[in-house]
Write a protein of this length. Structure first.
Length: 380
């Protein structure tokens, strides 16, 4: 019996509380919460909500990237001995970036130098051989001519002439062989020099230098890694210029032309900058149906490659309602304004949009005909 009495009393209390709350509230309109202030509200400032025409934007998300990015790759295979730079380092042209193990290349160069010395010695020997062959040829030729003269005057036999001619022909063949030997020795020297030069180039390739002045963006290897041709070692930004690379849906690509000036939002820095469209990749991604657009940006302090940005593309104009931003009171996730109704004031729930100077866009809750009031804190 006591439990029933307590339950009945609780229900009566809830009904009385609900009746008291409802008696202090107006009708709730769809999309906007409206309630009469229980305490008197006296605004220190008032203003009319404003209706205006404003541009409507499509925001294409993108990434800030360097205009010129160079990826330094190895030309030879070798173990990384040391990486001399770190991301963020300023490097002038010719700065040593990465050192590779060049011991095998140095050994090959020493072998090539020894081969060159051997080839030069062989050419010198071939030159002496040729000189001796030519001297022997001259002597054999003179003897052959003398015997031939004797034979014509019948002072020498046919056998003497035949023997002198044989010696002459052998001396002539010896000269030809000596000339071929000298030519081969000279070719060997050229080949050995080419190997020496090639070895010197390979040793130079083991020292990876900066091709231009720039800033180190990223290092892809550490000491002990194996460098291979085609494998990037270091990424450099070789100029200070940056640009936003954003993906624009295909329905809006006709509004974005090379040379067009557009705004870029950088949320991290809370700023907008003007950018000029430099390039549109003439190929739509079949999955997202978007085009890659590259827009050049001016130098901005604190802006770095990899940061998030939005390319704002105008798509038309729309009617918007604005109020002074200071008139909007925020309580947790609620946004409230005081609206004059008759001789009193109501608290109305609104939803805000973009800021426009000292004003803020009202997406819902007002139609632009209201008088708004708010209190200004007294700092004195």
């Amino acid at each position: 019996m006591k439990r029933e009495h307590r339950s009945l009393g609780l229900r009566i209390g809830l009904c009385v509380a609900a009746a008291w709350v409802l008696s202090g509230c107006d009708k709730i309109e769809p999309g906007a919460f409206t309630a009469v202030e229980k305490a008197p509200f006296t605004p220190t400032q008032t203003a009319m909500a404003t209706v205006a025409e404003a541009d409507q934007w499509y925001e294409a998300v993108g990434t800030v990237r360097p205009k010129t990015e160079t990826r330094i790759e190895a030309r030879v295979t070798g173990q990384v001995l040391d990486v001399h730079v770190s991301p963020g380092d300023q490097v002038p042209k010719g700065t040593l970036l990465v050192s590779l193990d060049s011991r095998q290349m140095t050994s090959r160069m020493e072998q090539a130098k020894q081969a060159l010395k051997t080839a030069e010695a062989g050419r010198e020997q071939a030159r002496h051989t040729l000189e001796a062959a030519r001297a022997g040829f001259k002597e054999a030729q003179a003897n052959f001519n003398r015997v031939k003269s004797y034979f014509q005057s019948q002072a020498a036999t046919a056998q003497d002439l035949e023997q002198a001619e044989s010696i002459f022909r052998q001396a002539e063949a010896g000269v030809n062989r000596a000339e071929e030997g000298l030519a081969a020795a000279s070719a060997g020297i050229l080949q050995a020099r080419a190997v020496v030069n090639e070895s010197a180039i390979l040793i130079e390739y083991a020292r990876i230098l900066a091709p231009e002045d720039g800033v180190v963006l990223k290092r892809f290897v550490e000491p002990g890694d194996l460098a291979l041709p085609g494998k990037p070692l270091v990424a450099l930004r070789t100029s200070g210029a940056l640009r936003l690379e954003a993906y624009v849906r295909e329905g809006l690509i006709t509004r974005v032309m090379p040379g067009t000036s557009l705004e870029v939002d950088i949320d991290t820095l809370d700023l907008q900058v003007a950018a000029s469209v430099e390039e549109i990749v003439p190929y739509a991604d079949p999955n997202s149906r978007t085009f890659l657009v590259k827009a050049a940006m001016p130098p901005v302090e604190g802006l770095y490659p990899g940061m998030f940005g939005k390319l704002r593309i105008p798509v038309g104009r729309q009617r918007i309602v604005t109020v002074p931003e200071s008139a909007v009171r925020r309580v947790g996730q609620l946004e409230l304004v005081q609206v004059k109704v008759g001789d009193g004031w109501q608290t109305r729930h609104v939803k805000t949009g973009a800021r426009i100077g000292d004003a803020v866009e009202i997406l819902s809750g007002l139609d632009g005909t209201e008088t708004i009031g708010w209190e200004v804190a007294d700092n004195g």
